[in-house]
Design a protein around this ligand. Structure first.
Ligand SMILES: Nc1ncnc2c1ncn2[C@@H]1O[C@H](COP(=O)(O)OP(=O)(O)OP(=O)(O)O)[C@@H](O)[C@H]1O
Ligand SMILES: [Mg+2]
Length: 589
């Protein structure tokens, strides 16, 4: 993370982009705030008028009707001012709320959209809870910076200028005296602000780690219980909670200490003014009403000064959030789309890997100079021990990662030139880790095409041999599955995932251990139906169970990122010691 804490020009320009779409609303808000600043001067002026003009006039005038009229006019004007104040405040809050809500939605949407495109590695090296915390609380702080902090900064400047002009107008010497505590206020606000900033930084990162820890614990609850680690996990959470509690306590102590100290310093001005002012009023150089107005306005003066002093701190502290957000937004997308992408129309499903080399950064695993050609409608199987690189080959073909060297083509076109959308529409994937969404079975199966007809969904489910199971459920296809599919058994999940890929009806079907959780009987049942579906498709089938793949057109045996043998079941039995060993362990020979 870049440690920049200041709001420099490029960052400000970037933040400005978020404000720009709402400039009309912002302008109106600013004008409303300017009017409110002016209105806030009216109460002291009214007091001044009341004491210096109205009361003496009332005392002199003999006409009761005229007197009553003046008093009613005065009261009416005050009510009018208050009413205007309330209406304008309401309007300001509504506008600021509207701008803020829109900005927060914009940033979150951009953030989410971007993270959908970054490398899958990102999700291996970052905890979901931490990502969530940035998306939720850091974005909220940026929104605060862009609306509340910025708007109150502008409003305070307006207010200060207006108050200052008025005060000078009443008595410039009194004004200068009244300003004596201002530097002290600024210094103190800065001092306490810095402390608060440190605490709030700590608070934010503690909340992020709490969120990450809780997320992990809730997702792993079965394993935690199975290994009897409830107390250990509880202790870990407790220790974060204690840090958090300490942060909150320090936060409230420092806040209270800061505001009370500043408040005390601020009282010095009014006390001096009151005592000295009394002397001036008695001497006749200033009227009583003017002194009262001056006194009230002084109390208005210090609060914007305090706020302005803390704006600096707020900006600093929000910069941590800004950096955290921009750090993610600046991650390059995992793969980039060609500026003039090729659209594959009616792909035939020919796949070729030419001298492909690839390695994960995190460990030493490498695929070196791998070449493989798959003809349209060919059914090929990839077998090999765990960690051989089978799933990695799929990751490369589907372009979840780009190879370091070499090229992969679909129908002769380099996958890097194909539009990402059109590339992915070529594939139906049943992943090794069957994953369902927390929605109905219908929606899970019709994931790629939410408008699919019921008959199509049922047909796909029949092929995957899951229709009977679904029909037996109380809500049938409307049955909601739990988060990540927890309410289904491993084999049921696999079959729903299979139905999902079949319904998509792609030219290339990739089954990565798609039937590994099924018993041999149900696997055979599916195999038969599947063979019919696969007749006009290219298929890549990865399986540990050789009985699943022995009828494929071609079997590729992989080991340590290399292809060690390829051929039919019989050929490999003859030629490949690795394959023979796998087969004999599975009692196939
Ligand atoms: N996303 C990843 N980031 C870093 N390393 C990875 C990643 N995926 C896999 N690996 C590593 O690459 C190697 C090959 O993994 P791969 O998933 O391709 O194996 P596989 O043949 O599919 O194994 P299995 O039969 O167990 O599924 C492994 O050593 C694994 O630890
Ligand atoms: Mg695998």
């Amino acid at each position: 993370m870049s440690g920049k804490k200041t709001l420099d020009f490029p960052v400000a320009k970037r933040l400005w982009q978020y404000l720009l779409p709402y400039w009309r609303l912002e302008l109106i808000t600013f004008l409303v705030m300017a009017m409110l600043a002016m209105l806030s001067l009216t109460l002291p002026i009214a007091i001044q008028i009341m004491i210096d003009d109205l009361i003496p006039w009332l005392m002199k005038s003999g006409d009761r009707g005229a007197k009553l009229g003046r008093v009613i006019l005065f009261g009416g004007a005050l009510i009018g001012i208050y009413l205007a104040n309330i209406l304008l405040s309401w309007w300001r809050d509504y506008l600021a709320g509207k701008i803020g809500a829109n900005i927060i939605a914009d940033i979150r949407s951009q953030f989410f959209g971007h993270l959908e495109r970054v490398s899958l590695r990102f999700y291996q090296t970052h905890q979901v809870g931490e990502i969530m915390s940035r998306l939720m609380s850091d974005v909220a702080r940026i929104q605060d910076l862009l609306t509340a902090t910025l708007l109150s900064f502008l409003a305070n400047i307006l207010l200060l200028v207006a108050i200052f002009i008025y005060l000078l107008n009443v008595n410039w010497l009194l004004t200068l005296v009244a300003l004596i505590p201002v530097p002290l206020t600024i210094w103190l606000s800065n001092l306490f602000g810095k402390k608060l900033h440190m605490i709030s930084d700590r608070l934010q990162s503690t909340i992020a780690s709490l969120s990450a820890k809780l997320q992990e614990a809730f997702l792993s609850t079965r394993i935690i219980r199975a290994f009897g680690q409830e107390d250990t996990e509880r202790k870990k959470v407790d220790s974060i909670l204690r840090t958090l509690a300490n942060c909150y306590i320090r936060n409230s102590v420092v806040t209270s200490l800061g505001s009370n100290t500043v408040h005390f310093v601020n009282m010095i001005g009014p006390i001096v003014i009151l005592s000295w002012g009394t002397y001036l009023v008695a001497g006749g150089s200033i009227k009583l009403g003017a002194l009262m107005a001056f006194y009230v306005l002084l109390s208005y003066l210090y609060s914007p000064v305090r706020d302005l002093a803390s704006t600096n701190i707020e900006v600093h502290s929000a910069m941590a959030s800004v950096n955290r957000i921009f750090e993610y937004l600046d991650l390059p997308p995992a793969i980039t789309q060609d500026p003039e992408p090729v659209e594959l129309t009616n792909p035939r499903g020919a796949i070729a890997l030419k001298n492909v080399s690839f390695g994960y950064e995190e460990n030493g695993f490498r695929i070196d100079n791998l070449s493989l050609e798959i003809k349209p409608r060919e059914k090929i199987a990839i077998v090999g021990p765990s960690g051989a690189g089978k799933t990695t080959v799929i990751n490369l073909i589907m372009r979840f990662f780009d190879p370091d060297e070499g090229a992969i083509t679909i129908d002769g076109v380099d996958v890097r030139r194909v539009s990402i959308q059109s590339l992915r529409s070529c594939f139906g994937l049943v992943d090794q880790d069957p994953l369902l969404f927390k929605t109905t079975l219908f929606n899970n199966i019709a994931y790629a095409d939410p408008k699919a007809a019921m008959e199509e969904v049922v047909a796909a489910a029949r092929i995957a041999n899951i229709h009977d199971f679904i029909s037996g459920l109380k809500d049938g296809y409307d049955n909601e599955v739990g988060e990540r599919g927890v309410t289904l058994s491993g084999g049921e999940k696999q079959r729903v995932c299979l139905a999902r890929a079949i319904l998509k009806n792609p030219p290339i079907l990739i089954l990565d251990e798609a039937t590994s959780s099924l018993d041999s009987n149900s696997e055979e049942l599916i195999q038969e139906a599947l063979n019919r579906v696969l007749a006009d498709k290219t298929a890549i089938i990865i399986a540990h169970r050789l009985s699943t793949v022995q009828h494929s057109d071609r079997i590729i045996a992989m080991h340590n990122g290399r292809i060690v043998a390829e051929g039919t079941h019989e050929e490999l039995l003859e030629r490949s010691p690795l394959y023979r060993e796998l087969a004999s362990k599975q009692l196939l020979i």
